[in-house]
Design a protein around this ligand. Structure first.
Ligand code: DXP
Ligand SMILES: NCC(=O)COP(=O)(O)O
Length: 240
């Protein structure tokens, strides 16, 4: 069965909008686990726009399932991962101007620097996942670098508006998913998945984990809104 790993980055996005202490992504992670999440994912960006170092450290102490740390393949991030010891570290590309991760890590072109990061993490006993576009040369390079896991970037599929394009992107993902499995690596997928587009991705043969964040946080804001307003009204009117 495909596992659901919940990314709580955007709980922290709301907190950082006010630089305050709520909502706390650590509390969201607890609730996600109580609801059946198989793992918790966070992306500690170099610009610290949402998740903070404190979040990663506290999550390491509190997550009862598995903690997946997404990070750029830099020396500073590797040092932090080695200190915190997530269950898996996923190397992702980062660009400070981007709104979200725009593409997979180009391990084919950045082979030497990625190899260095993979080596450091492996030396510390941390399994490595690589966040890749569904392309043959990227997957072959991931296998060559000794990555245990590949997470296929589902962004192009998720963003496709025309059905024909979506089908095409799904076919590409399915072809490259088989390649990941043939190379003996664990197959994960994620980015931009939501309640409308998740089913065909969850049905890809051999996919082990889906990492989903923005879609779940967006839904949570709406499905929890009525209760939050009712509770505030009750407090104001002394009915609580
Ligand atoms: C790597 C990836 O696709 C996401 O997990 C990542 O977290 C996106 O970054 P933001 O959460 O900042 O959108
Ligand atoms: N690696 C993908 C992830 O963790 C969640 O991405 P998104 O659902 O927030 O787009």
């Amino acid at each position: 069965m495909t596992a659901l790993h919940v990314n709580v980055d955007h709980v922290a996005t709301v907190r950082q909008a006010r630089r305050t202490t709520e909502p706390d992504p650590v509390q969201a992670a607890v609730l996600a686990e109580l609801a059946g999440a198989d793992g918790i994912t966070v992306h500690l960006r170099e610009d610290r726009r949402h998740i903070q170092d404190r979040d990663v450290r506290v999550l390491r102490e509190t997550v009862q399932t598995r903690l997946n740390l997404e990070m750029a393949p830099t020396a500073a991030m590797c040092a932090l991962a080695i200190e915190v010891k997530p269950d898996v570290a996923m190397l992702v590309p980062e660009n400070r101007q981007e709104i979200t991760t725009e593409g997979g890590l180009n391990v084919y072109e950045l082979k030497d620097s990625v190899r260095e990061a993979v080596q450091k993490l492996h030396d510390a006993g941390i399994p490595v996942s690589l966040f890749l576009d569904p392309e043959e040369k990227q997957i072959d390079t991931a296998a060559e670098l000794g990555a245990e896991v590949v997470e296929l970037h589902t962004g192009r599929y998720a963003e496709a508006t025309a059905e024909r394009q979506r089908r095409l992107e799904l076919d590409i993902l399915m072809t490259e998913a088989s390649r990941v499995l043939d190379e003996g690596m664990q197959l994960n997928a994620g980015h931009g998945l939501n309640y409308r587009n998740v089913r065909p991705i969850a049905a890809i043969p051999g996919v082990r984990e889906l990492h989903i964040g923005h879609g779940i946080v967006s839904r949570a804001v709406l499905v929890g809104f009525e209760q939050a307003v009712r509770e505030m009204k009750a407090l104001m009117t002394g009915h609580r």
